[in-house]
Ligand binder design. Sequence first.
Ligand code: BTN
Length: 331
Amino acid sequence: MPELTRTELSILRLLRDGEGFHSSAEITGKLELTRAAISKAVARLRERGYGIGSRASVGYRLDQVPDRLYPELVQEGLATRFVGQEVVHFNTTGSTNSEASKLADAGAPEGVLVVAESQTAGRGRLGRSWSSPPNLNFYGSFILRPSLPPVAAAQVTLLTGLCVARTIESVTGYRPRIKWPNDVLAGDLKVCGILTESSSELDRVNWLVIGIGVNLNVEKFPDELKSIATSLRITTGKPVDRAAFARELCTQLEAHYLRFVTEGFAPFRDDWERFARMAGEVVRVGTGTETIEGRSLGLDSDGFLQVETPDGRLVRIVAGDVTLLRGQNRR
Ligand code: BTN
């Protein structure tokens, strides 16, 4: 959907001041617009889902804001320097990661957020798909351009998991759990997945696209996901304001990322551990090339998972698929 014009945006801002009806005379005076321009803009806003009441000789009043991830809603009161200062919105697209990668290749600046109300080919890790029903969840991809070596991509992904966990806690009051490297869980069920894609030179990242899917308000899952996924709505019993969620995520991401690029992952390790509680768990980790079983010693200061195998070896793993082997030696 095309973005709002300046006129539409300024009328929306005026109507959102919570002051009830605004007469055409007041709007024309304040915004220096003709009545025809006002009624054209109001028609466009209504098409976009804004409930705008009008009464002859009284004026216009905003009665309802649509439940959409529109830039003007995500950016309302957003105080970041760059993350989310440009939001590219799709009603539907194949994958926000693909859209963001195209923009990054074309030179889009750091901080651009691509969001969609639904995805027809949402991608997960390891070639899996990501269920993306319309108007219920968060599907978004952030473009970042850290001047760091390619290995930093894994650390930014870990950091993003922490940002999502913090966002969930701040928006809903519910404290989720992080599962290394990049799942966020409610109880034992997945509410968020993160897929980082990148373009790099040998020694430097060109761009990262951090794709984040969070199950916010969906209440029904396809059969194959019922036993492994949940949503915040199901978990807390309350609907989540999706635009407010996206805004808080932008805020968290920028604050964490700015510190990360100067100080690395180490300052975040303890906070991450508090959400993950992985230390002491008996785990099986598939890395693609091998399967490692042993006792997790948690993350080291670079974000590697440290696993102590039964024969006493200490293995550092940068990324993989973890299964918690419950009930064995849990400390
Ligand atoms: C996972 O397998 O856990 C990662 C899932 C990542 C899904 C998100 S939804 C927004 C972005 N666009 C995609 O196609 N994938 C990511």
